[in-house]
Design a protein around this ligand. Structure first.
Ligand SMILES: NC(=O)C1=CN([C@@H]2O[C@H](COP(=O)(O)OP(=O)(O)OC[C@H]3O[C@@H](n4cnc5c(N)ncnc54)[C@H](O)[C@@H]3O)[C@@H](O)[C@H]2O)C=CC1
Ligand SMILES: O=C(O)C(=O)Cc1ccc(O)cc1
Length: 363
């Protein structure tokens, strides 16, 4: 029997547990320092067993996954390395930054115990075991950062186990990881927060900003609703990379400011053309580090039972909704229903079906 121990069974740890649980010859144990969480892990059926005792969860484990916030990775690893672990045990993590934890693990290395950094490049702005999802890792890139000290056999054992996540494993140097992920994930989160806060400031003086900021603005700023503590940890941990990226970002904005200030139309066109050319050659609708939005908007006339009718229609055709949001309808304006799907297939099927039933559908 292979024992997999998961420390921190939240969105990432819980989704991993769901991929591994019930697989032949695998037993999943979860750890939380809070008894109420331990009970929840078991009652939700996410793990086979759970405990508040680190020793109980870690002992005999063949694999240990650290799925706690970034600032807790080092203390957890240190405590585990003081315990008597199973010889050959592989410890890995799912933290969003890699350089510091990998460096720390190398410094604290214990013979016969192997640490391999990891970062599944998928997730969402939501957190907690309640939103754990068996399909979260499917088709996502899952970065592993072994170094010269990692035995190939340990790396292969980990990649074998991770096949159950249906993610695509990629091997990347830890520092290179932090530079690239800083640019494509951490920087966009900072930009989204700054953008939303800028508009929130204007809105304090004129509430029309909020009313008009529908659809597109919501979509491009979704990640501004991410967990504040988690992002504090990530940004401070990746501080030197972030500072360089923020300086470059200021330079980009300054360039656009100068073009507008100077009325340089050709320059503005060149900037859009350059951006469009790069963006258009990005892989389309492939799972990337920022989760794609599969949202459909449906006008809903103000009559009773309409939401139920739409939900039933989709359910009868086995189309899974991941979320549903109603914008309040007023007497003079039809309400809008936002339907969110997990993938393009479900989204496209819903559009076809709703149109067949004469609903006004927009993307
Ligand atoms: N949320 C996302 O989209 C992604 C997150 N990550 C990384 O995964 C890790 C976990 O993030 P999520 O699963 O999103 O967070 P989460 O909040 O859903 O889960 C965190 C887990 O850690 C435990 N935890 C929190 N504070 C603790 C404390 N003070 N002491 C002990 N346990 C504590 C919680 O009980 C929970 O089980 C983080 O390191 C994050 O950087 C990586 C990829 C994507
Ligand atoms: O919500 C989104 O789209 C994300 O960006 C989720 C995310 C958060 C942190 C990561 O390290 C990787 C992915």
């Amino acid at each position: 029997m292979i024992k997999v121990a998961i420390f921190g069974v939240g969105l990432m740890g819980g989704s991993l547990a769901l991929c591994l649980k019930d697989k032949p010859g695998i037993r999943v144990a979860g750890h939380s320092n809070r008894p109420s969480q331990v009970e929840k892990y078991v009652s939700l059926g996410v793990v086979d067993e759970a405990s508040t005792s680190m020793q109980e969860v870690a002992e005999d484990a063949d694999f240990i996954f650290l799925c706690v916030p970034v600032s807790l990775l080092e203390p957890y690893l240190d405590e585990l390395l003081q315990m008597r672990l199973k010889p050959g045990c592989i410890i890995t993590d799912v933290g969003s930054t890699k350089a510091t934890i990998v460096k720390h693990a190398r410094k604290r290395a214990v013979p016969g115990i192997h640490f391999i950094g990891g970062h599944p490049m998928t997730g969402s702005e939501r957190s907690g075991v309640e939103v754990a999802d068996y399909n979260l890792y499917e088709n996502a890139f899952y970065v592993l950062t072994p170094d010269e000290s990692t035995p190939e056999e340990a790396y292969n054992k980990l990649t074998d186990l991770l096949q159950y996540t249906r993610a695509q494993i990629v091997r990347v140097d830890a520092e290179q990881h932090d530079e690239i992920v800083g640019a494509i994930s951490h920087l966009p989160h900072m930009i989204a927060v700054a953008l939303v806060n800028q508009i929130a400031g204007y809105n304090e003086k004129d509430g029309l900003y909020q009313s008009l900021a529908a659809g597109g603005f919501r979509d491009i700023t979704r990640i501004a609703s991410s967990h504040p503590d988690m992002w504090r940890d990530i940004l401070l941990n990746n501080r030197s990379v972030m500072l360089k990226l923020m300086r470059d970002w200021n330079a980009e904005i300054a360039k656009l400011t100068a073009l507008v200030e100077n009325g340089d139309g050709d320059g503005i066109v060149r900037e859009f053309e350059r951006a469009g050319a790069f963006r258009n050659q990005l892989p389309e609708r492939k799972k990337g580090v920022l989760t794609s939005v599969y949202d459909v908007y449906v006008d809903i006339p103000d009559h009773p039972g309409i939401i139920g009718q739409i939900a039933t229609l989709l359910g009868n055709h086995r189309i899974n909704l991941s979320n549903l949001h109603i914008s309040e309808s007023r007497a003079d304006v039809p309400g809008v229903l936002r339907l969110s799907f997990r993938n393009e297939v479900d989204m496209d099927a819903s559009i076809k079906l709703l149109k067949q039933h004469s609903y006004a559908v927009q993307l």
